[in-house]
Structures are given as structure tokens and as C-alpha cells.
Design a protein around this ligand. Structure first.
Ligand SMILES: NC(=O)c1ccc[n+]([C@@H]2O[C@H](COP(=O)([O-])OP(=O)(O)OC[C@H]3O[C@@H](n4cnc5c(N)ncnc54)[C@H](OP(=O)(O)O)[C@@H]3O)[C@@H](O)[C@H]2O)c1
Length: 301
């Protein structure tokens, strides 16, 4: 294996220590500990694990982590009611609605939950996932308030490992609202609002309709895969010497694998993130960072 392994877990550890120090300084100034409220609807096992991990990470950083549970069939109105309560609660600084919401239908055959309506209802000042239209709009305009956690984690990984993007060809595969789209936007920024060193990339945003995806990927000096298909990025799709960031988390035979065929691609790439231990831990670290930022914004400190 030739490639440098980009150790997301170690970098996330660094960031979590920085956040913990920040929390200490914040509370030493007389402020209450920042508080993150997670909303979990239903019993999805993966979502339960994610919420538990986030709550533990909060605790370790000195952030109060609350979990609000609703039964799967609580319905849209109950969920919106809970979000409204958390919006109004001055002790809650950040709100996270764990996705996906249950895909149940009511008696009339209508979906019981409208995810977009729920995310739109979160107070933008408490929107630590950065999913609200206000925060997406601010990012688009190059004056972000909160940065979305997964793309922000990737930016931190690139910065802290010295893989700078300015002037480089970057290909992002996947155009979801949570990862691909904001990732492309952050790297293409002109004014360095997401970190000058990671701005000014020439970004290609690829997706399921991209013609000759392999050729598009091969043109990239930095390739970011956020698709959700195990090992779909093969060695022949990677330019020799490229930096490869694997966002994918796929469960195959009880093992987690990424979107990148790790062993083969590591022979071609200059640097690569593993799965697990790559982008995943950074996502949680940036969520903690956003929660402290939210507490500071709300307290005016
Ligand atoms: N590490 C983390 O912290 C973290 C955070 C979030 C997500 N993830 C993981 O990242 C992966 C992607 O998540 P997501 O929420 O962004 O997924 P998503 O909403 O399902 O979007 C997937 C994207 O991949 C594209 N795509 C699907 N098949 C393709 C193909 N054959 N060729 C090219 N593009 C294709 C889709 O294109 P169309 O738009 O054309 O349909 C879509 O834009 C998942 O494995 C998820 O678990 C990890």
C-alpha cells in the first residue's frame, strides 16, 4: 500500500479537545454549559446508536446532551410540537432531529412525516446540523453561520493534513443536501469563508446521471465519494497521486465499508481515508463545535 492513511479519528480527537477547552473557557466566563437536544423518533437501531454516540461525545466535551424520544407513530404534529418547545427553551442551544424519520403511512395512505417541514421548523440559530434554508442560503452566499457537519469535517481533515484545494480539480460524487451539495459549495467559495486554504477549488459535482463517471473521477486531484454504494470507486477511476475521501458508510456482511475499494485504491492514491475511522468521527466533532458556537451566538458572548 502506497497511500498515506488520513486518520480522521485522530483529527476528530484533536478537534474534540479544542471544543472541550472552548467549553471550559465559556463556562468559566459564567455561562451555563452548552446544551444539545437530540430528537429521536422511533426505534431504528442505527439511529439509536448515532444518538447515543453523539450524547456520549457531548458529555466528554462538557456539553449537556439531552435525548427526546417519540414513538414511531407519534406523527408530524407531535414532532413539530416538540421542535417548537425546544426552539422556545432558552436552556437548549442546539437541536438535532435524527434522520431518517420513520417511513410510516397513516390510514389514508399518506406519509406520516414530512422531513423537510420538520427541518424547516428548527430555529436557524439552533440549527447545528445547518440544514435550515436560512443556513443553507448563508453558506451559498459565502457568509455561513453554521457549516454542515460532514463537509466541515472533511474541510478540517484536508486542512489539518496539509491537502489544500485552491486551484485544484476536485470531484464530489453524490449531490445530497447533507453532503455532496454543501461540500461542493464550500470548496468552490471565493472568499475563503470556509477556510481560505480549502477555497477556490474547481469543483465537479457528479451524480447518478453523470456520463462517463470514471473519466470524470480520474480528472480529480481530490476525489470525494458520498454515494452509499459499497466499493463503487475502483482503482481505475482514481488518478495516480490523488487524495481520496470516502464518506460512504455501508454495512456489508456485518462490516462497515466505504464507497471506495480501499485496498486497490490505496495502491494508486497519494492519500485516502479509511472506513471506519475516516470521515465519520469528524462529523460528530463538528457537531460539538457547532453546538458551542450556537451557545456563544445565543449568549452574545
Ligand atoms: N461519514 C459520515 O459521517 C456520513 C454522513 C452522511 C452520510 N454518510 C454516508 O455517505 C453516503 C452518502 O450519503 P448521502 O446522504 O449523501 O446519500 P444520498 O442522499 O442517498 O445521495 C446519494 C448520491 O449519490 C448519487 N449516486 C447514486 N448512485 C450513483 C452512481 N451509481 N454513480 C454516481 N452517483 C450515484 C445519487 O445521485 P442522484 O442525485 O442522481 O440520485 C445521490 O446524489 C452514505 O453511505 C451515507 O451513509 C456518511
Amino acid at each position: 500500500m502506497a497511500a498515506e492513511i488520513l486518520d480522521g479519528k485522530a483529527i476528530a480527537g484533536e478537534i474534540r479537545q479544542e471544543v472541550a477547552a472552548d467549553v471550559q473557557a465559556f463556562t468559566a466566563s459564567g455561562a451555563p454549559a452548552p446544551c444539545l437536544a437530540a430528537v429521536l423518533v422511533g426505534e431504528d437501531p442505527a439511529s439509536q446508536v448515532y444518538v447515543r454516540n453523539k450524547s456520549r461525545a457531548c458529555e466528554k466535551a462538557g456539553i449537556e446532551g439531552r435525548t427526546h424520544r417519540l414513538p414511531a407513530d407519534a406523527g408530524q404534529d407531535a414532532l413539530l410540537g416538540l421542535v417548537a418547545e425546544l426552539n422556545a427553551d432558552p436552556n437548549v442551544n442546539g437541536i438535532l432531529v435524527q434522520l431518517p424519520l420513520p417511513s410510516l403511512k397513516d390510514e389514508a395512505g399518506q406519509a406520516m412525516y414530512d422531513e423537510r417541514e420538520v427541518l424547516d421548523a428548527v430555529d436557524p440559530l439552533k440549527d447545528v446540523d445547518a440544514f435550515s434554508p436560512v443556513n443553507v442560503g448563508l453558506l451559498m452566499q459565502g457568509r455561513p453561520r453554521f457549516l454542515p457537519c460532514t463537509p466541515h469535517g472533511i474541510v478540517q481533515l484536508l486542512l489539518r493534513t496539509g491537502h489544500l484545494c485552491s486551484g485544484k480539480n476536485v470531484c464530489v460524487v453524490g449531490r445530497s443536501d447533507i453532503v455532496g451539495k454543501p461540500m461542493a459549495m464550500m470548496l468552490a467559495q471565493k472568499n475563503g469563508s470556509c477556510g481560505p486554504e480549502v477555497a477556490n477549488a474547481t469543483v465537479t459535482l457528479a451524480h447518478s446521471r453523470t456520463a462517463d463517471l470514471a473519466a470524470v473521477c480520474r480528472s480529480a486531484e481530490i476525489l470525494i465519494a458520498a454515494v452509499g454504494r459499497p466499493k463503487m470507486i475502483t482503482a481505475d477511476m482514481v488518478r495516480p497521486g490523488a487524495v481520496v475521501i470516502d464518506v460512504g458508510i455501508n454495512r456489508v456482511d456485518d462490516r462497515l465499508v466505504g464507497d471506495v475499494d480501499f485496498d486497490a485504491v490505496a495502491e494508486v492514491a497519494a492519500a485516502i481515508t479509511p472506513v471506519p475511522g475516516g470521515v465519520g468521527p469528524l462529523t460528530i466533532a463538528m457537531l460539538l463545535h457547532n453546538t458551542v458556537m450556537a451557545a456563544k451566538l445565543q449568549s452574545g458572548r
